[in-house]
Every structure is written in structure tokens, then in C-alpha cells.
Ligand binder design. Structure first.
Ligand SMILES: Cc1ncc(COP(=O)(O)O)c(C=O)c1O
Length: 480
């Protein structure tokens, strides 16, 4: 493709994206394709000869659009907000167009320095102190793995330079709450700690926040058994119910055992942009690392996950490699992001944050986050005053966890309803909401029973959409 051909096709593609975003509200939220349908629709031999760009675009419409769940839809309330602001889409496009190779500062000085700039802008916007330095990763899962590798190496005084964990005299232990995201146990396993050395700490039964006393007891018991507490992962905004672990207390407990504290705020980190929400992060200045995803609620297109650390010198000691072909005269003067994480090559992801912040501005993002919090509070109030409906967890941010128990399933004389029957009923009415194509909500298990998560925060979702969702939920429970 020549630059002139690209110009023509690129304009068509931008028009196509703008048209798609305009018509997303008319599409069903949930993709209804069956397994294998997409691959069958595109099947054929590998292309030996060029196709018309128009036929490629036609396949996007015919196969790809129906083959994705429309997370940019105003009726999208599933999993978590996965916003892809158009300003950041332009940044992603510019990044691809530049075709920069980020392997060292020298290979693309601007790639490194824009990443330093935007991670520091977001640090400032989040009210974090100057002691934090950030890098962009693909996901919170990778960021947590990097944090736990750094924790492991701090606890062992760089065991990687000797016999590694296998030569350590005492097992190292990692702690997180029972509500921590599945990526945390995964990172613990991949970092070599072993499942036997992961402690899932109990949570408060009402708030679902980690019990800091139980944490202290677990750490004390491990020390008594000859194990060494190495790290605690605190979650601000758990996936299930947006619970907020008591970070200040956790930081204090961890300090007693000299354990690393990683804060996983993958979804809720965006709330740091709002000064009124910063209390949720009280204690963060005592933590060692903090991960959050602008690619969730804030709306910088996937993939865009931030990992902030304080001791960058330690991180670099753990992660650095220095093959001769990557060396240059400025080493030592510049940031080499290859030494801040796992991959050598990085994309120019910083551009999508740079575009997002420059084109939209932080104030518009803050206004949208506040709108979502208000909408969640509106829905909470409806649920609190509606018969048969229960809130399952505090509505800390934009996620509302609900249960509906119809009168016929409530036990006689006020005895507990049959939980298996309520579970089956919940899954049925959620499916009937989702099958309409007008909204998508997620059933999820909390404390062993099926509940429903309504995760408000898609970029186009306004109060009228939440009102329509509430009406639809009420209608579907009546019919179920
Ligand atoms: C609290 C929390 N941590 C971690 C993750 C994993 O995020 P990622 O997909 O960026 O790995 C999620 C995803 O929903 C999450 O909610």
C-alpha cells in the first residue's frame, strides 16, 4: 500500500469508525454469534492477491461488528467500563502510523519522553506525590506480576542473582483478600511463590473489604511457622463489588513485617482523578507499587495500564538487561523502559493518553466519572425503595450489586428463601434482560450466591439509559 492509497483508505476507515460509533446504540449490546460462526464466515485460503479495500470494510460490517459485544453501547453494564474515547483512538492510530520501535531511549526518544510526561500528568491528576514514577503496561495482570517480582527480589535481597527462590531458606508468602482479582493468584504462581504460599484473607461480610486484623494474624502465624511475609496486594475497587480494602491499615501491618504493598486499582484507579474519592486511597503513599487501568473507566483505549513504583532503582536492578547491541552513549542519563517491565519492545502507547488528555481535557473526564457515580447512586436509591430488591454491597463507585427475591421464593414465616431456587431465578431474569439486546448486565457470585452486577460507566450512558435499564430489570423480574 502506498501512502496515497493509504490516504484514501484511511479516510474511508475514519468515516467508517465515526459511522459505527453513531449507530452503536441501534446494535444489540451482546454479540449473538455462535462459536465458530466468525471463522466460518471469513474462511478461505490465505490471500495471494490484493483485495479492494471496500471489500475489507464490507467484511467488517458483515462479520466483525456482529462478532463483538458492543462495550461502547449506552446499554452496556457488564464486567467493567471498557471505554475507548475517540480522542484516544486517534492517538492509537497516530502511534501505529508513526511505526516507532520502542526498545531503548535511542530507538525512539519521543516514545520514552512522552511516556514519562503522561505518566507524570496522571500522577499529578491523581494527587500522588512526586515519589511515584509510572510506566505503561498492557494490563493490570502484567503490572501485578512485575510488582510481585520486584517484591520477591526485595524480600530476598536479589535472589535472582544467586540460586533464585529455590535456594532460599524460608518460603516467601503473599497476601490478598478473598475478593482479589484472579490475576493476583496467577501472578503469585507465575512469580514462583507457589499456591501454598498465597493467603487469601477474610473480608468484612458487609463491605467485602479485607480484614486488616486477620491479615496481621496470618502474617504473624506465618512468621511463627518459619515463613517470610513478602508482599500484600490491597485492592481498591474489587472486581465483584468494588470493595475498598483499608489501605492505611494494610500499609501499617505490612510495615511491621517489612512486606511490599502492591495496590491493585485496575478499575477504580480512575476515581483518583476526583479529589472527593481520594479518601479511598488513603495510605497509598505508604505502598510500594500501584497499578490502574486508564483503559477501563477513564476511557483511554485498551491496552493502557499504569504501574507506578517508588523505588525505580530497585525495579531496574530486578528487570534490567544490557546486551551490547542496545547500548548507547546516553545510557545512565535517560529512562530505559525496557528495564521497568517484561517486554523489550514497546508500542507508543503514551500517545493515546497524550491525545486523550489534550483533546478531551481532564475536566471532561472528571465530569463523566461524576455523572456515572451519580447514576449509580440514583439506581441504588431505586433499589433501596423497591419491594423484593436488595443491595448486596455498598455502592462505593459506579457498580451496583443487586438481588431480587420474589415473594413466592421467600420462605413461609420469614424463613430464608431456598438459595438454589433464587440462584436459578436470578440467572433466568438476567438472561432475559440480556437477550433483549438493549442492555447487558453480569451475573456474578458473591459469598456463594448468584447476584447481578450493574457496572455503570460506558461513555455514552446517561441517566435516561439507566432509567430504561431499571424499568427493563423490573419488567423482566415480573415475567420470570
Ligand atoms: C480489580 C482488578 N484487578 C485486575 C484486573 C485485571 O485487569 P487486566 O485485564 O488489565 O489484566 C481486573 C479486571 O477486571 C480488575 O477488576
Amino acid at each position: 500500500m502506498t501512502p496515497e492509497e493509504f490516504r484514501v483508505a484511511g479516510h474511508d476507515l475514519v468515516d467508517w469508525i465515526a459511522d459505527l460509533r453513531t449507530r452503536v446504540p441501534d446494535l444489540p449490546v451482546r454479540s449473538s454469534v455462535t462459536p465458530g460462526q466468525v471463522s466460518a464466515a471469513l474462511a478461505g485460503p490465505p490471500p495471494d492477491w490484493p483485495a479492494e479495500f471496500a471489500s475489507v470494510l464490507a467484511d467488517l460490517d458483515r462479520v466483525i461488528v456482529p462478532g463483538i459485544t458492543q462495550v461502547q453501547h449506552p446499554g452496556y453494564y457488564a464486567w467493567f467500563p471498557a471505554n475507548a474515547s475517540l480522542a484516544s483512538v486517534l492517538g492509537d492510530f497516530a502511534s501505529s502510523g508513526l511505526g516507532a520501535l520502542g526498545i531503548t531511549w535511542q530507538s525512539a526518544p519521543a516514545l520514552t519522553e512522552v511516556e514519562e510526561l503522561v505518566t507524570d500528568w496522571l500522577r499529578q491528576l491523581c494527587g500522588l506525590s512526586v515519589t511515584w514514577h509510572g510506566a505503561i503496561h498492557d494490563s493490570a495482570s502484567s503490572a501485578c506480576l512485575v510488582a510481585l517480582l520486584a517484591a520477591r527480589e526485595r524480600a530476598t535481597n536479589l535472589s535472582e542473582t544467586r540460586g533464585g527462590l529455590q535456594a532460599e531458606s524460608a518460603p516467601l508468602v503473599v497476601y490478598a483478600s478473598t475478593q482479589a482479582h484472579s490475576s493476583i493468584p496467577k501472578a503469585v504462581l507465575l512469580a514462583g511463590f507457589g499456591r501454598d504460599n498465597l493467603r487469601l484473607i477474610d473480608v468484612d461480610p458487609v463491605t467485602f473489604s479485607m480484614d486488616a486484623n486477620a491479615l496481621r494474624q496470618a502474617m504473624t502465624a506465618d512468621v511463627a511457622d518459619g515463613r517470610r511475609p513478602a508482599a500484600v496486594v490491597a485492592t481498591i475497587g474489587t472486581t465483584g463489588t468494588t470493595a475498598i480494602d483499608p489501605l492505611s491499615e494494610i500499609v501499617d501491618v505490612a510495615a511491621e513485617f517489612d512486606a511490599w504493598v502492591h495496590v491493585d486499582a485496575a478499575m477504580a484507579g480512575s476515581a483518583m482523578l476526583l479529589p472527593e474519592c481520594r479518601w479511598m486511597f488513603d495510605g497509598v503513599e505508604g505502598a510500594d507499587s500501584l497499578g490502574w487501568n486508564p483503559h477501563k473507566w477513564m476511557g483511554t483505549i485498551l491496552d493502557c495500564s499504569l504501574l507506578y513504583v517508588r523505588d525505580t532503582a530497585h525495579l531496574v536492578r530486578v528487570m534490567s538487561t544490557n546486551p551490547s547491541y542496545l547500548q548507547s552513549a546516553v545510557d545512565g542519563e535517560v529512562t530505559q523502559y525496557k528495564d521497568w517491565g517484561l517486554p523489550l519492545g514497546r508500542r507508543f502507547r503514551a500517545l493515546k493518553i497524550w491525545f486523550h488528555l489534550r483533546i478531551d481535557g481532564a475536566e471532561a473526564i472528571r465530569a463523566r466519572l461524576r455523572r456515572d457515580i451519580e447514576n449509580a447512586q440514583w439506581l441504588r436509591a431505586q433499589i433501596e425503595s423497591a419491594s423484593g430488591w436488595q443491595l448486596i454491597a455498598p455502592v462505593n463507585l459506579q457498580t451496583v450489586c443487586v438481588l431480587h427475591v420474589p415473594t413466592r421464593l421467600v420462605g413461609v414465616d420469614g424463613t430464608e428463601p431456598d438459595s438454589a431456587a433464587v440462584d436459578a431465578y436470578t440467572l433466568r431474569w438476567v438472561e432475559s434482560v440480556n437477550a433483549t439486546g438493549r442492555a447487558l448486565i453480569t451475573p456474578s457470585q458473591v459469598a456463594g450466591r448468584w447476584i447481578v452486577r450493574v457496572s455503570i460507566g460506558a461513555e455514552p450512558t446517561e441517566r435516561a439509559d439507566v432509567e430504561q435499564l431499571w424499568a427493563l430489570m423490573q419488567k423482566m423480574v415480573e415475567r420470570t
